[in-house]
Design a protein around this ligand. Structure first.
Ligand code: GDP
Ligand code: IMO
Ligand code: MG
Length: 431
């Protein structure tokens, strides 16, 4: 019987700690595969007093014997990928052994970043708060059947294809009233940036480019274990997130099938990861957002500043109706709760258990979550104050924290399998 691929993904608005947990679980898997998103993601790993932030590279890269696949559903910026590989400083032969890139993954061109900026600029106050990594425009070209893929860089006419697409983007950006000549990409003028991008293209030509759907399915046939690593979170999903304040890919479990070329029948466990509270970067509705000192305390204790952009993250209490919605969409079999240590110091903790939606009490996410139409209804739970949160075993955790976990399990009807109590790989409790 063919093995089934497990999936790990975020249940909130991203930054749930996916990188940390994938790195923790990676020794159980032969293959770790990213299936969507691109360098808008920032996955943080900490171990042995070292810290790495990965954007494109799957989070199993530090484990000898593990194969890390960038799947067809990912959008790849060669310049950023090259920088990432330089930052992790593994020898070239190790990288060639451990990293595979799908030929069918789409490329993010420098002019996709120009388009991202032009579109955000044209939206004014209604802007999405994009990371401006060119994600939306690259996926737009994919769906419009105009995109370029990693496999194209191996072809002789790549330069021509590139110029053609770039010219189209420039025309569109000018039509939006965007002054390309004045625009800077990561502080560089377009031509300088483009030159570096092409150096990135030359660099990734020397990585292992593969027909990834065949590789993954053959690996499953050969009884190899696969963990699919999501980016962003379910509430940023293009179909089910708070549209239009979403990212441009399917972040939910079904996205793993599309983004790796595996059948629904070939997926197994679904690990749904959430923070013990909520955060969001960028614009869009956030029912439990706090604007008071509790929100400030969460931001400071949780060090809630974006891994990719450094922007302060908006913070708020745990939103159970939103989590329930995500659990439903993903068919979560195992929950993982991170950042439980961040709730230390609170004598009382609030959790949202339903919404008052225009006077009606509901426990699901309605068509739109306009702040004026939706008011969270809270239950107050006992906090664990200054009782230390140990990192070794569940039974040694403060009683109020264990009760918090039980409360969440009762509401969501799915067991919490892992609890994270700090950013380091070692600060992880498996039940
Ligand atoms: P990802 O995008 O889901 O991988 O998450 P990010 O890396 O963007 O953000 C999570 C942040 O929280 C990172 O800085 C992690 O090092 C940190 N982190 C992860 N788990 C924990 C935890 O249990 N406690 C604390 N205090 N920090 C954590
Ligand atoms: P990880 O994988 C948190 C947010 C952006 C913005 C919206 C659209 O680290 O959890 P985009 O750049 O995709 O056009 O931005 O989505 N966003 C994230 N927020 N974590 C992420 O990834 C995110 N990737 C995108 O802030 O609101
Ligand atoms: Mg992140």
């Amino acid at each position: 019987m063919k093995k089934k691929a497990d999936v790990l993904l975020g249940l909130q608005w991203g930054d749930e700690g996916k990188g940390k947990i994938v790195d923790f679980l990676a020794p159980e898997y032969k293959i770790v595969a990213r299936f969507q998103g691109g360098p808008n993601a920032g996955h943080t790993l900490e171990f042995d007093n070292k810290k790495f932030v990965l954007h494109t590279i799957p989070s199993g890269i530090f484990h000898p014997g593990s194969v890390n696949l960038v799947g067809n559903g990912v959008v790849v910026d060669p310049l950023i990928l090259r920088k990432e590989l330089q930052a992790i400083a593994l020898p070239d032969d190790v990288i060639r052994e451990r990293l595979l890139i799908s030929r069918k993954a789409h490329l993010i061109l420098p002019s996709h970043k120009v388009m991202d900026a032009a579109l955000e600029h044209s939206k004014g106050k209604a802007k999405i708060g994009s990371t401006l990594k060119g994600i939306g425009p690259a996926y737009t070209d994919k769906v419009a059947r105009s995109g370029l893929r990693v496999g194209n860089i191996e072809q002789d006419n790549f330069g021509d294809l590139y110029q053609k697409l770039k010219n189209t983007h420039f025309k569109m950006a000018r039509n939006l009233g965007y002054a390309i000549e004045e625009a800077l990409l990561d502080g560089l003028d377009f031509d300088t940036y483009e030159k570096k991008w092409f150096e990135g293209v030359d660099y990734i030509k020397n990585l292992k480019l593969v027909d990834s759907e065949v590789f993954v399915n053959q690996s499953l046939e050969n009884q190899q274990t696969v963990l699919a690593e999501g980016a962003q979170g379910s509430l940023l999903d293009i179909d089910f997130g708070s549209y239009p304040f979403v990212t441009s890919s399917n972040t939910i479990a079904a996205g793993a099938c599309i983004g790796l070329g595996i059948a629904p029948s070939a997926t197994g466990r679904v690990f749904g990861i959430f923070k013990a509270y909520c955060t969001r970067v960028g614009s869009g509705p956030f029912p439990t957002e706090l604007f008071d000192e509790d929100g400030e305390k969460l931001r400071n204790q949780g060090n809630e500043f974006g891994s990719t952009t450094g922007r302060p993250r908006r913070c708020g209490w745990l939103d159970l109706p939103a989590l329930k919605y995500s659990v439903m969409l993903n068919g979560v079999t195992h929950l993982i709760m991170t950042k439980s240590d961040v709730l230390s110091g609170f004598d009382q903790i609030k959790v949202c258990t339903s919404y008052n939606h225009n006077g009606e009490n509901i426990d699901y996410i309605p068509f739109e979550m306009a702040p004026e139409d939706i008011k969270p209804v809270y239950t107050t739970l006992k906090g664990w104050g200054d009782e230390p949160v140990r990192t070794d075993k569940f039974n040694a955790l403060p009683g109020a924290l264990r009760d918090y976990v039980t409360y969440i399990e009762d509401y969501l009807k799915v067991p919490v399998h892992i609890i994270s109590t700090g950013p380091d790989r070692s600060q992880t409790i498996m039940r």
